[in-house]
Design a protein around this ligand. Structure first.
Ligand SMILES: NC(=O)c1ccc[n+]([C@@H]2O[C@H](COP(=O)([O-])OP(=O)(O)OC[C@H]3O[C@@H](n4cnc5c(N)ncnc54)[C@H](OP(=O)(O)O)[C@@H]3O)[C@@H](O)[C@H]2O)c1
Length: 162
């Protein structure tokens, strides 16, 4: 399983249920990488998608109350149950897509983390663990992403577990 996340300079990822920075290039990359695979997420992250479950991907959603989930998603009651739900999948096509609680619960099951790093800080109430401070992770590649329409520079950084 791999994780994919968009972070600000302080590893902030969200505020009041929403993303911090919007970038079409980042969105396209997210779709390109995850399409055809399985996405694993927490219930808040599902609710943050304006169009509901992500199309063209199997949506595995962690919640204490799977009966309340919309149709078209696979509801599971714990991070461990999410792992069981994806056990038969090609691990390269399983994507941990957040939010904070789910990243923290399952990051140690991930082989790679695809990070979009925005060179800006924004008020945040959800964070991703700082991989630069964790010797378990090393930068494998860095690619310039360009700038958002608001002029924020960003890069695509892939971390691999050591
Ligand atoms: N920048 C990015 O790349 C990115 C990506 C994804 C999300 N985000 C942001 O992250 C924020 C959301 O993060 P979050 O941590 O609040 O929400 P989350 O992880 O998406 O969802 C939390 C919910 O997942 C369920 N859950 C989590 N752990 C569980 C467990 N052990 N057992 C059973 N259910 C469990 C619970 O649902 P129930 O309450 O239904 O039981 C919990 O309320 C938002 O601001 C979002 O925009 C950012």
């Amino acid at each position: 399983m791999n994780a994919i996340v968009a972070v600000c300079s302080d590893w902030g990822i969200g505020h009041k249920g929403a993303l911090l920075v919007h970038s079409k290039a980042d969105m396209h990359r997210f779709v390109e990488l995850t399409m055809g695979g399985t996405v694993v997420m927490g219930r808040h992250t599902l609710e943050s998608f304006p169009g509901g479950p992500l199309k063209g991907r199997r949506n595995v959603v962690i919640t204490h109350n799977p009966a309340a989930l919309p149709e078209g998603v696979v509801g599971v009651e714990s991070p461990a149950a999410a792992l069981e739900a994806v056990a038969a999948d090609d691990p390269n096509k399983v994507w941990l897509i957040g939010g904070e609680s789910v990243y923290r619960a399952l990051l140690d099951k991930c082989t790679r983390v695809f990070v979009t790093k925005f060179d800006v800080e924004k008020p945040a109430d959800a964070f991703f663990p700082n991989l630069d401070d964790d010797p378990a992770w090393k930068v494998e590649s860095v690619q310039d992403g360009g700038t958002t329409t608001k002029g924020t520079h960003f890069s695509f950084v892939t971390y691999a577990r050591q």
